[in-house]
Design a binder for this molecule. Sequence first.
Ligand SMILES: [Zn+2]
Length: 251
Amino acid sequence: MARVIPAIEPTLPVPSPTNHLTPLHALQQQHPPTESGQSVQGNPLLAWRLGAPSPTVLTLVVAAFHGDEPESAQLLTRWLATQLATPTPNLPPTLCIPALNPDGLLANTRQNANGIDLNRNWPTTNFDSTTPINDPYFGGHTPASEAETQWLQGIIATYQPARILSLHTPYRVVNYDGPATDWAEYLSSQLPNYPVTTDIGYPTPGSFGTYYGVERNLPVITLELIEAPLAELWPTHGPAITAACQFNSTT
Ligand SMILES: [Zn+2]
């Protein structure tokens, strides 16, 4: 009988321009997630726990706060599929959330289904409820009002990640909040022409990075990817995510 050779490349549907969640839902059928919840419109919010069982230095990697940034979800879904098919030996503890805003991904909107920017909906001291409702950066009338925010808040409270990597597009920078200088410089060194910056260039009241990085002193990187097809991103950016999870994992 022929030996079964593990697939090196995961067999996933190609991301569809009309449904960026197709590969993730296919993966969900093959590998049940560790945690799940529901978006405003009832789409699944999914998290997979990977790597060593030890709780030390658990890295949370999350993509697609913004639904009009599908490259982030495509890249992290591909990374997750690869890890589930052929795990990196000794991968440190990692929690992977490929699509925080499934409703926005399906509608191609920055905001969630309630028209709220999930990266401005966090209960920071500078939360701003005065942003006009129709503004794409509107963070809600009250902080943590959204199902997606509440779910992620609960996940973070449960898993207590030591650091967080959040994937966005399109600025080609490694932005960070909190004590993440070394981690950000290391990730920058693993990527083609991604400078490190502590300032994204505009105010971000109520942001995820402010909440967990500035106010809770966790290393939080906001990796702003270039907008490019997955086939172009994957060869360099896939290994960089693995490297980010492995960085300094014994301390
Ligand atoms: Zn974004």
